[in-house]
Design a protein around this ligand. Structure first.
Ligand code: AMP
Length: 538
């Protein structure tokens, strides 16, 4: 017997129409170098339909890739919908990538056009002749003062929109590609992840759900996580779907500007990587605000940071785990009922975990290189693998030898994790960041968390350095808070009670800054190169 329910495709135009029809009066604010721009979902919807007309006039092919190169803004939100709702594929280019990577990615995806914020035009324009398939560059004037080249390929966003006809959106195939995103590429070339309409709608529902970010009509949502990184963690689809007001920081990503925006625009939900919240904390501490949830992920959220937000801002950080390959939100640290009456330390420890998979996804840990499951006892670790309708099954035209899926259909994450008895995830490390000392694994994440709980420490990254006897030993690279002092011995004494003796780093190097990747994560690759010749300790 078959179910007798309608088989309506799960496509992004349904999100668009919902916001257009039911939330037209809800405000959208975009910050920029020239001040704030205010609009509504009604205006956004009208402009997005006309942008669909622009894509037709520009001659973008039926499933042509529409590149974007810009900050979080209302215009970027227009592109987030106009491209997929007309059957095209949105391709967000990361403005912080190296030029060679940008060229590689634009060519690999075969972008036909790139929409670029004027503030970052100087980063893109010099590369334009290396991007073989790009025919046009559409400049979005976000208040930047960069010179706009006098070139027939360069067009102005607002001029195009003013002359365009609105179009109808009707996507029929829920499995058609909607957008694509390249991973930062830890090894080898960057890899393209292609989201479908169906995966986007299902991920949106998970992000809206209370165990996810819990976004609703009462919210004012501000994605700080860039719209060029991992689909802005789904917030750009979840907010219109939920009728939440939106606040976009634009190019104004400085900590003070973000804190002011949170306070002045009465933001209730926001999300970004830990380094962002580390920077924002002193500017937000003690101020009156309406925040009810801060989402954080992309790398482990140090318990010290979560505790500091609890004490100085009045709410803990909600940790989420995911990857570009999982749309990206896959799990969250919502406290289970069993911790309702627990003491603060237990709650903090739970929030330091990556939490349980959002409904719809499943997780397991396996012995590296096999599909043999490891026990859920919070001690055994293994490669974390996930499965569900918003996990990628393959990369887009991957290099030979790159395989994302296991033979039995799970997605390899490259993360090493333990699961407790209830399947709550605790990420121990990235496979490549683990330190193998004397044949045993040391978690760099655990050491970093221990070091970052020292009051004088702003940031800490622990890397493996070669050792003739132990193969590898941990080296702690530590950034002190400005005006604070601490010695190597003080740092080691501080963490000694928290970790096994043989885990203690061989040395502490005080550095000015931890190098960051294009998406704000610690770039251990750079530190490993810098300290490759580190003298071994007996
Ligand atoms: P990306 O595709 O750039 O979003 O990177 C995904 C990777 O970031 C994951 O495989 C993890 O290694 C790391 N990551 C993301 N969220 C977390 C988290 N909450 N805790 C620890 N690592 C994380």
């Amino acid at each position: 017997m078959r179910g007798l329910m309608q088989d309506v495709p799960l496509t992004i135009d349904t999100i668009f129409r919902h916001a257009e029809q039911h939330h037209g009066d809800v405000p959208i604010v975009t910050n920029g170098p020239g001040g704030k721009t205010r609009s509504t979902y009604a205006e956004w919807a009208d402009r997005t339909r006309r942008l669909g007309g622009v894509l037709d006039t520009l001659g973008i092919s039926a499933d042509g890739r529409v590149g974007t190169f810009g900050w979080n803004s209302q215009r970027h939100l227009e592109l987030y919908f106009a491209a997929p709702c007309t059957g095209r594929v949105l391709h967000t280019l990361n403005v912080r990538l190296f030029p060679e990577q940008l060229t590689y990615i634009a060519n690999h995806a075969e972008d036909e056009v790139v929409f670029v914020d004027r503030t970052v035009l100087p980063l893109l324009w010099p590369l334009i002749d290396t991007m073989k398939t790009v025919q046009q560059v559409v400049v979005m004037d976000d208040g930047g003062d960069a010179e706009v080249p006098d070139d027939p390929r360069v067009l102005d966003y607002e001029t195009l929109l003013a002359g365009a006809q609105p179009v109808d959106f009707a996507v029929r195939d829920e499995n058609a590609a909607a957008s694509m995103c390249y991973t930062s590429g830890t090894t080898g070339n960057p890899k393209g992840v292609v989201y479908s309409h169906r995966s986007t709608v299902l991920h949106t529902m998970a992000v809206i759900s209370p165990n996810g970010f819990g976004i609703g009509v009462d919210d004012v949502a501000m994605p700080v996580v860039p719209m060029f990184h991992a689909n802005a963690w789904g917030i750009a689809q979840a907010s219109p779907a939920a009728g939440a007001a939106m606040v976009f920081p634009g190019a104004m990503m400085q900590p003070q500007a973000l804190a002011d925006l949170i306070v002045d625009e009465e933001v209730t939900f926001t999300a970004g990587v830990p380094t962002i919240w580390q920077g924002v904390l002193p500017h937000l501490a003690g101020r009156e605000h309406r925040l009810r949830k801060i989402g954080c992920g992309g790398s482990a959220v140090p318990p010290a940071l979560s505790r500091a937000y609890q004490q100085q801002v009045g709410l803990p950080i909600y940790q989420a785990w995911g990857m570009t390959e999982t749309h990206p939100v896959a799990s969250g640290s919502t406290l289970a009922r069993r911790y309702a009456d627990a003491d603060e330390e237990t709650k903090t420890a739970q929030r330091a975990r990556q939490g349980i998979p959002l409904f719809g996804l499943e997780a397991r840990i396996v012995e590296a290189g096999t599909i043999d499951e490891r026990p859920w006892d919070d001690v055994a670790t293994g490669e974390l693998q996930v499965r569900g309708p918003w996990c990628a099954k393959d990369y887009y035209n991957p290099d030979a030898g790159v395989e994302l899926s296991t033979p039995d259909g799970w997605m390899r994450t490259g993360d090493v994790a333990a699961l407790d008895a209830f399947g709550s995830i605790r990420i121990a490390d990235r496979t490549k960041d683990l330190i193998k000392s004397g044949g045993e694994w040391i978690s760099s994440v655990d050491l970093e968390n221990a070091i970052m709980s020292h009051p004088a420490v702003a940031e800490a990254a622990v890397i493996a350095v070669p050792h003739p006897k132990w193969a590898e030993r941990p080296l702690a690279c530590v950034v002190l808070k400005s005006g604070e002092t601490a010695t190597e011995q003080e740092i080691l004494d501080h963490i000694a009670p928290q970790v096994a003796k043989w885990w203690l780093p061989d040395a502490v190097e005080f550095i000015d800054e931890v190098p960051k990747t294009s998406v704000g994560k610690f770039s251990k690759k750079d530190l490993r190169t810098r300290f490759a010749e580190y003298p071994a300790k007996d």
